[in-house]
Structures are given as C-alpha cells and as structure tokens.
Write a protein that binds this ligand. Structure first.
Ligand SMILES: Cc1cc2nc3c(=O)[nH]c(=O)nc-3n(C[C@H](O)[C@H](O)[C@H](O)COP(=O)(O)OP(=O)(O)OC[C@H]3O[C@@H](n4cnc5c(N)ncnc54)[C@H](O)[C@@H]3O)c2cc1C
Length: 400
C-alpha cells in the first residue's frame, strides 16, 4: 500500500488548488491527486464561463460569499503573477423585465455587505461602458472587479505548480472505494493510505461520499448549461452583460461571455437533466442513476418545488434560436437569431445538490467531515472563482 499525507479525489480546479496550497504550506509532504479522466478540464473546470465573480449575489455570512470575495482577488492576483490571460472588463447588470427592478437595491446592499464595489448607473454611463447594452429600462448596475480568465489555462498552470512542488497527479485513475475510518482509497493502480482525504469529485462527489459510507439527506439534481456563439468575429463586447437575476430562482440567467480571441457567447441555459455527464444526446446517462434522477425530477416539476417548473418553462423558450435571441436581446442590442449558433463544445453541467427537508436546491457550498475524509458536496458556481480561497479554507479547518 502507498502512503501519503493528502489524497484528493478529483483533479479539477478545486482538487488542484487544494494540492497546491497544501504543498506551499507543507513542502516535501506527499500529495496525490486521483483523476478519472485523462486531464483536469473534462468537466466543470473546462466547461464554465471563466468569469471571476465578485460575490454580489450570495447571502451574507454564507461560505459562497466569503470564499468568492476572497477567491476572486486571489484568482486575479494568480493570473497576473503567472501572466495568464485576464480581461478585467467589469460587469454590467441590466433588468430584463420590470419585475427585476425590485432586485436592484437588494443586490446593491448585498454587494456592500459583502465588501464588493457596485454602482447604479443611468443610461448614458452604461452605454459609454458598453455601447451594445440594452438600456430600455434606463437602469443598470456596474461591478468593476468582475473579470474573465481562461479556465483551462488556469487549471494547467495550477497543475504545473503541483508537479513543480513534487505533488503527484494520477490521470485515468478512478477512486473506486474509500474507507473513511482508516483513510484508505482503492484504485486499479493499487491502494493508498492517507492522513487526510478530500473528496473533490464534482459531479460525482455525492456518489463518492455515499460509497465511502456517508449518510446525508441530500440528493443530486444536475442542470445542463448550453451556450450559443455569435457567428460574426467582428461582434465584440467590452464588458460582461448579465441580467439582474430573479433571486427566487437558483441561477443567474443567460448572459454574455467572451474569450481571449474575442469570440462572444451567450448562455448558459439551466436545463434539468438526468445524466451527470450528459453533455450531448443520450451520452453520459447511466440507466439506474438516470431513472432515479428522472423520477425525482418529475416529482419536483409536478410540485413546482423551489420554482423548478417555472424555471423549466423559462428554459423551454431556449429550445429555438428565436427564443434564445429574445432572451439575449433583453440585455444586448443588435443580435439577430441568424447571428447565433449552438456551441456544442461549450456545454457544462452543474454539480447541484437538493435538500429534501427544506425542499430547495442547496444554495451554498457544503463541506462534511467523516473520519479521515472531507467531502465537498455542492461545488456549484462560483467554485471556480473561489477555488484558491476554498483550498485555504479546507486546510485551515480540516488540515490538522
Ligand atoms: C455552465 C457552467 C458555467 C459556469 N460558470 C462559472 C463561472 O463563470 N465562474 C465560476 O466561478 N464558476 C462557474 N461555474 C462553476 C464551476 O465550473 C465549478 O464550480 C467548478 O468547475 C468546480 O470545480 P471542481 O474541481 O469541483 O469540478 P470538476 O472540474 O468537475 O472536477 C471534478 C473532477 O473529479 C473527477 N472525478 C469524479 N469522480 C471521480 C472518482 N471517483 N475518482 C477520480 N476522479 C473523479 C472528475 O472527472 C472531474 O474532473 C460554472 C459551471 C457551469 C456548469
């Protein structure tokens, strides 16, 4: 049996930043990351908008608020230090409907409480920042600190840091089972014994936890996020443009996103799905898990639990390009449905858990310690932004 000080299950950004932070604090210690795929970007880490969120959305005192605000600055500092691509473009939020006007003051207050700079803007100021923004309702919010990075480039850099500090990342190595009491993980490359095991398995974190003997009341509810690309390379945007979200629904809504090449995308959708890695067609649906997810989803839709039927109806509008264009046009002017094409490469699935007791999707990161294992059960957005702070938090709380 091989032994190590820290073993991480899952080599996405959360697992990699954790391994990196541990090695910074404990040089020369033995750290192993197990990743079932051939690289670190096959799932959430390589399939997100790359937005470094500021932390305005999250409730006061939540772990998401704290780790997003701290992590955002750390992600920006890291990208600058390593000379990675970063666009410190800021973000405009516009109300897509009159109902959303009510949320403007609430967001300004949350921003202030969470220590994030956020400003109300009128028509002219907003148009000066981003000439394409739709200012039909005359009001907008501006968050200067929001930035965009290339998540794949960040993950590659953090991987290189881990390797340079003598950490080990074993790709194509799935954790098959965990004995939480004795800290033993079985893989097809043999068994590992570790002082601390962290389950950072993203879309499979709840299953890995269950297989390790953890009993929780939570169930899993994946949501697919599709994007649409603007076909015209000349169509560029200076700022991110988001809707002022409906804070009763769990997702931020379709927004603009851009990359280093200047390609502009709109998305992501938030469609409930029945496969954890169901990026296309019926791919990634495991029949037993799929059946369980289907039954539980049908029940939630019938009862409109946590507004999920309302969300599903809103999502149905995105089935046609005209529907997508209508949604986008509430935020950005001058986009026609013929300008948009679905982006099959850029599709992500959220690692979302559901609390049957509260009858709600869980709205915060959830950490559960059991024996020698710490399980990260709800690494939803903004876990990418938060990852450097997340790593520090886990080691401070659980690293002896
Ligand atoms: C559409 C979309 C857009 C998003 N946009 C943003 C954004 O703009 N900004 C932001 O901050 N966040 C965003 N997020 C959230 C962000 O992508 C995730 O929070 C983040 O990627 C979580 O990282 P992770 O390392 O936990 O997950 P992952 O990257 O999914 O890593 C988990 C890894 O565990 C591996 N694994 C699973 N089971 C096992 C096993 N048994 N053994 C070994 N390995 C295993 C998987 O293969 C996977 O690589 C978005 C998410 C989605 C879906």
């Amino acid at each position: 049996m091989k032994t190590c000080d820290l073993l991480v299950v899952g080599g996405g950004i959360v697992g990699l930043t954790l391994a990196r932070e541990w090695l910074i604090r404990n040089p020369g210690s033995r750290v192993v990351v197990l990743e079932k795929e051939a690289n670190s970007v096959a799932h959430g880490t390589g399939r997100n908008s790359g937005v470094v969120h500021s932390g305005i959305y999250y409730a006061e005192n939540s772990l998401r608020a704290k780790l997003c605000v701290d992590g955002s600055q750390q992600m920006i500092d890291y990208a600058i230090e390593k000379k990675l691509w970063i666009d410190r473009c800021g973000k405009l939020l516009v109300p897509p409907t009159e109902n959303a006007l009510e949320s403007i003051d609430l967001l300004v207050n949350r921003g202030k409480i969470n220590g994030v700079e956020i400003r109300k803007l009128g028509r002219d100021e907003a148009l000066e920042l981003e000439p394409r923004v739709n200012m039909e309702l005359e009001q907008a919010l501006y968050v200067p600190s929001t930035s965009v990075v290339n998540p794949k480039e960040v993950a590659e850099s953090v991987y290189n840091d881990v390797i340079a500090s003598q950490g080990t990342v074993l790709y194509e190595t799935k954790a098959l089972s965990i004995n939480a009491k004795y800290g033993i993980v079985q893989t097809r490359r043999g068994a590992f014994e570790a002082g601390l095991i962290v389950n950072a398995a993203g879309l499979f974190a709840d299953q890995v936890a269950k297989d390790a003997g953890l009993e929780t009341r939570y169930s899993f509810q994946p949501f697919k996020g599709k994007y649409w690309r603007h076909r015209d390379p000349g169509f560029q945007m200076r700022r991110l443009v988001y809707p002022v979200p409906d804070l009763n629904l769990p997702f931020l809504g379709v927004h603009s996103a851009h990359n280093a090449r200047g390609d502009v995308f709109f998305g992501p959708s938030s469609t409930p799905v029945i496969g954890r890695e169901n990026y296309r067609g019926f791919q990634g649906i495991e029949w037993r898990d799929g059946l369980r997810l289907s039954l539980s989803l049908a029940w939630k839709l019938i009862r409109n639990t946590n507004g999920l039927r309302t969300l599903a109806m809103r999502e149905a509008r995105l089935l046609s390009l005209k529907g997508v264009c209508d949604e986008v046009s509430r935020l950005v002017r001058g986009v026609r449905s013929t300008d948009l094409e679905p982006s099959f490469a850029k599709v992500g699935i959220r690692s979302q858990i559901f609390d049957p007791k509260a009858q709600r999707l869980v709205n915060d990161f959830v950490l559960v310690e059991d024996g020698r294992v710490v399980h990260i059960l709800n690494a939803i957005s903004p876990a990418f932004t938060a990852s450097f702070a997340f790593a520090k938090h886990i080691i401070d709380q659980h690293g002896k």
